[in-house]
Design a binder for this molecule. Structure first.
Ligand code: PGA
Length: 234
């Protein structure tokens, strides 16, 4: 309380984020915790289905996910871009092709995220909208495992660009030039409608809105600038 009166925020912040958000949320937290050393953060990382269950049961202060749920009444806002791109190993036969059609993509063995994953829902919708169905060779419950499987030559996948930005295996992966991709999504933060946010959660929300701008500036904007260091022949 004494610390609070001096303007220093103290208390616990309970965050729950979808698996793919683990690529940027911890970095955001690093800056936040340096600014607010009195705040203790508890971060839960799990897939979309589990996040929705936690949200429905009001287990955390704030949530970060791809698409706000329709079935739960929430306050939600976007704060950062999320582009889903097709990934292959650098020596894949499609690696240097231009404007690959989705019809060609579904002929390739595909490595899919597990059911309950937001990435998977968005990917399946992209192909279903064009009356196409992926040839799923393997299901894996982790973006990292999928990247390794791609590098190992097991197939291709569609994952958030966040999974490869600033990453060492990126040199072994390539973003395929597929018509209609990337799938442009946004990260949202959300909390149950009617929930009274704690002071600490409010401080974090304000910080998130400012910091996401910084983060957006350093990440690679495939599609916006037309240039991505991971794309072939540029
Ligand atoms: P996921 O969610 O990690 O469960 O795939 C990501 C998203 O919803 O974009």
């Amino acid at each position: 309380i004494a610390a609070d009166m001096k303007g220093m925020k103290t208390g616990k912040l309970r965050l729950a984020v979808v698996t793919t958000a683990k690529y940027f949320v911890p970095r955001l937290l690093g800056m936040f915790c340096r600014k607010h050393p009195g705040i203790e953060v508890c971060l839960k990382v799990t897939n979309r289905a589990n996040i929705l269950e936690r949200l429905a049961n009001n287990l955390d202060d704030l949530y970060v996910l791809g698409q706000p749920p329709k079935e739960i009444d929430v306050i939600a806002e976007t704060f950062l871009e999320n582009q889903l791109v097709a990934l292959a190993s650098v020596d894949h036969q499609l690696a240097n092709e231009k404007e690959i059609t989705p019809k060609r993509i579904v002929k390739e063995p595909f490595i899919s995220r597990e059911s309950g994953s937001g990435t998977r829902i968005a990917t399946e919708r992209f192909f279903a909208d064009q009356s196409l169905k992926l040839k799923v060779r393997m299901e894996l419950g982790s973006n990292e495992a999928i990247k390794q499987a791609i590098i190992g030559g097991l197939g291709i996948s569609i994952l958030s660009h966040h999974t490869i930005a600033l990453d060492a295996p990126a040199k072994q992966l390539i973003v395929l030039d597929v018509k209609g991709l990337p799938i442009n999504r946004h990260w949202h933060y959300a909390y149950p409608a009617g929930k009274q946010l704690s002071v600490v959660a409010q401080v974090f929300l304000e910080y998130l809105q400012q910091a996401s701008q910084l983060l957006a500036d350093v990440s690679c904007h495939y599609g916006n600038t037309g240039h991505c260091p991971l794309l072939p022949n540029q």
